[in-house]
Design a binder for this molecule. Structure first.
Ligand SMILES: [Zn+2]
Length: 436
């Protein structure tokens, strides 16, 4: 390392890598050491555990064992050869343990197309004669395994000479490094959102390329993060979703965004705090909190929460006939009410037809006047609240109308809470709460 201060910076990182049992060579390569001479004889501590990164393949203590083994295997094989090609195949687990940033090189050799044309002939040998002529060489379908397999069948020099030049002709042009691809594993950002608008969809609402809603919760959150993270693409997910005309209040709904092939991957706490402020000041329709980076493993919590969570709602109800305080008290007495919901008409185009059993855990009515009241409900995940209120032409049984023995309709709906303890609360949010 040319720069002394950089070397000092690396000491804690090197220790941390040693502590999780990285071998000396892996410590060097993971810190990005480019001086190849340092790898020859690195200072290795008494590592008792196998290196977590290379699974022992690069460990100095194994070096001589490998060389001895290779030497004796080659000697025992008794081949005559003037030169050799050296190939290595690593355990697939090593891939999992590698850096999230990958540089892939793709070499192509123009004359190779001609050279490998015999593959068609070979592979169509068993096919009827008339089909053989129509076969065209397609470089896209050629795989390394296919070439190896075809070569394995060329067991004598005479067989080889039928399809290729032996020794090979000199190349007309060198191989070309035709493609270099840089990619980074996805990063995941989680948080909770509130939606204060009754005219904002959760995700972009576009049918046949026509936009039906100017923006969306997803865009209001992701556009600003995308500008910082610079990914190729992103995927938005949340613990359930609310309709366009439903507000999401309380502590908010957990969401998760996967950013695919991100350019910026090291996001500090202060950066998240700034991002959060930026998103919150950009629109009065939404707010985010607990914005943070999460690991892939942590993302599984959201999937779990999707099915196990409970939700609380506040609904504004209208009744055709007058309702009394006594009638409403009956609703308050209902606990763990079991209802059966046939897939609502309004979602039939995207959900399979089924009857789902759901629970309304409790209801707390608040009379406004003889035809209007607020109803607070705590329900199981996946309950269609609007349908529970108006009955969906008898598709939900019992409905609120059945219980009150009158026609009922829902005028407004707010989600008061999505009871999922994920993602973890952050300091910035506590500050936000204290200041508001
Ligand atoms: Zn190692």
């Amino acid at each position: 390392m040319a720069d002394d201060s950089k070397e000092e910076d690396n000491i804690p990182a090197a220790r941390a890598l040693e502590d999780i049992s990285c071998c000396a060579r892996c410590v060097l390569r993971l810190l990005g050491e480019r001086d190849i001479s340092l790898y020859v004889n690195p200072q290795e501590k008494d590592v008792k555990r196998t290196c977590v990164a290379c699974l022992g393949i690069l460990e100095k203590s194994n070096g001589n064992t490998y060389i001895d083994k290779i030497q004796s295997s080659v000697t025992d094989a008794e081949h005559q050869f003037e030169n050799f090609m050296f190939t290595i195949s690593l355990p697939h687990s090593v891939i999992l343990r590698q850096s999230p940033f990958k540089i892939s090189l793709d070499f192509t050799y123009e004359d190779g197309k001609k050279e490998l044309e015999f593959l068609n002939y070979e592979s169509s040998k068993s096919r009827p004669r008339q089909r053989r002529k129509r076969q065209k060489y397609d470089p896209v379908t050629v795989t390394a395994a296919g070439v190896k397999k075809a070569c394995a069948e060329l067991t004598t020099v005479n067989l080889l000479k039928r399809v290729a030049d032996c020794p090979p002709k000199s190349a007309q042009s060198p191989s070309e490094l035709s493609e270099i691809t840089c990619s980074h594993d996805s990063i995941h950002i989680a948080g909770r959102y509130n939606k204060y608008s009754r005219a904002l969809s959760q995700t972009p609402w576009i049918i046949n390329n026509v936009r039906h809603c100017e923006s969306s919760v997803e865009e209001k959150i992701c556009d600003l993060i995308t500008a910082k993270v610079k990914p190729d693409d992103h995927k938005f997910a949340s613990a359930g979703r609310e309709d366009i005309d439903v507000r999401m209040l309380g502590y908010g709904r957990p969401f998760l965004v996967e950013f695919i092939n991100p350019r910026v991957t090291r996001l500090s706490r202060p950066l998240f705090a700034d991002l959060q402020k930026e998103i919150n000041s950009s629109s009065a329709d939404i707010a985010v909190r607990d914005l943070q980076q999460v690991t892939k493993e942590q993302c599984l919590f959201l999937k779990d929460a999707e099915t196990n969570k409970t939700k609380t709602y506040k609904a504004l109800i209208w009744t055709e006939e007058e309702v009394s305080q006594e009638q409403l008290q009956k609703l308050a007495n209902e606990k763990d009410l079991k209802i059966f919901q046939k897939t609502p008409l309004r979602v039939l185009h995207r959900r399979p037809l089924a009857v789902r059993e759901r629970y309304i855990y409790n209801m707390t009515p608040e009379l406004i006047d003889s035809h209007y009241f607020n109803l607070f409900l705590k329900t199981q995940a996946g309950t269609y609240v609007k349908e529970f209120v108006h009955g969906d032409f008898g598709r939900t049984k019992p409905s609120l109308g059945d219980l009150l023995k009158t026609e009922t309709d829902i005028l407004q709906l707010d989600v008061e809470s999505v009871d999922v303890d994920w993602p973890p609360r952050t300091e910035e949010t506590d500050e936000l709460k204290n200041s508001s």
